[in-house]
Design a binder for this molecule. Structure first.
Ligand SMILES: NC(=O)c1ccc[n+]([C@@H]2O[C@H](COP(=O)([O-])OP(=O)(O)OC[C@H]3O[C@@H](n4cnc5c(N)ncnc54)[C@H](O)[C@@H]3O)[C@@H](O)[C@H]2O)c1
Length: 207
């Protein structure tokens, strides 16, 4: 199988979201360019990593291209995930409707506060944090959204690692020090704002 470079994978994931919203199609590389700002040759190069025939002169066939991206990126099977830390942020993710879209299945929530677990209304079962090893193993949970305070994040991540979790989306503003076998994505709003600020600041302008 062709090795797809990481930046191309990121763009293909973004393209998948565009395809999901594009309706019947077909969709031309020019239309993709105008929605993303990526150069047409970059789009064509990214799509060339995929196996199959999606058409291109009059536009890409949306269902075929979506299927090819899904298969090439290994997204063609369902994965179970949990939310750890059920405060303001974590409890919002418990009810996020996008999870009903398919490939990710929310199966459990955990919090160190037994009281929180008992009072919160949730579409999935909630457990005290000490049950993470048992529940994660029993359901085969692969991924976790980590929504605990900064001071608890490292310890909670270590517990998730010991329980066999494979990937963590870390919302706490701390860089986790855990096994490199576990994939971590850090999601910080402050970083996104910084990234915007960098982009809108003219080069060399220190103000
Ligand atoms: N990434 C972002 O852009 C962004 C935005 C907002 C908040 N945050 C971060 O998200 C985290 C959660 O924020 P919040 O406002 O929901 O906090 P919160 O205080 O409302 O909730 C935290 C929850 O985590 C639980 N908890 C604490 N230690 C735990 C552990 N070891 N195991 C399981 N549960 C544990 C607490 O009982 C509490 O219910 C914080 O680190 C915050 O800085 C990030």
């Amino acid at each position: 199988m062709v090795q797809i470079p990481e930046p191309a994978k990121e763009r293909l994931l973004h393209l998948m979201r565009i395809l999901e919203q594009a309706g019947e199609g077909p969709l031309t590389s020019g239309e993709i360019e105008s929605r993303t700002g990526w150069a047409s040759h970059t789009i064509r190069k990214d799509i060339s990593y995929l196996e199959g025939d999606f058409g291109s002169s009059s536009g890409y066939n949306i269902p075929s291209l979506t299927r090819a991206i899904t298969e090439s990126l290994g997204l063609n099977r369902s994965r179970k995930f949990c939310v750890v830390g059920l405060g303001r942020l974590g409890s919002a993710y418990l009810n996020f409707s996008a999870y009903q879209l398919g490939e990710f299945e929310l199966v459990a929530g955990f919090d160190s506060s037994v009281n929180r677990v008992e009072i919160l209304k949730s579409p999935v079962p909630l457990y005290p944090a000490y049950k993470m090893p048992e529940v994660i193993g029993r359901f085969g949970i692969e991924l976790a959204l980590l929504c605990v305070p900064e001071a608890s994040a490292q310890q909670a991540a270590e517990k998730l690692a010991a329980a066999g979790i494979k990937g963590i989306v870390n919302f706490a503003p701390v860089v986790l020090d855990i096994s490199q076998d576990i994939v971590v994505r850090n999601v910080y709003v402050a970083d996104e704002l910084r990234s915007l600020a960098v982009k809108i600041t003219p080069e060399g302008n220190e103000a």
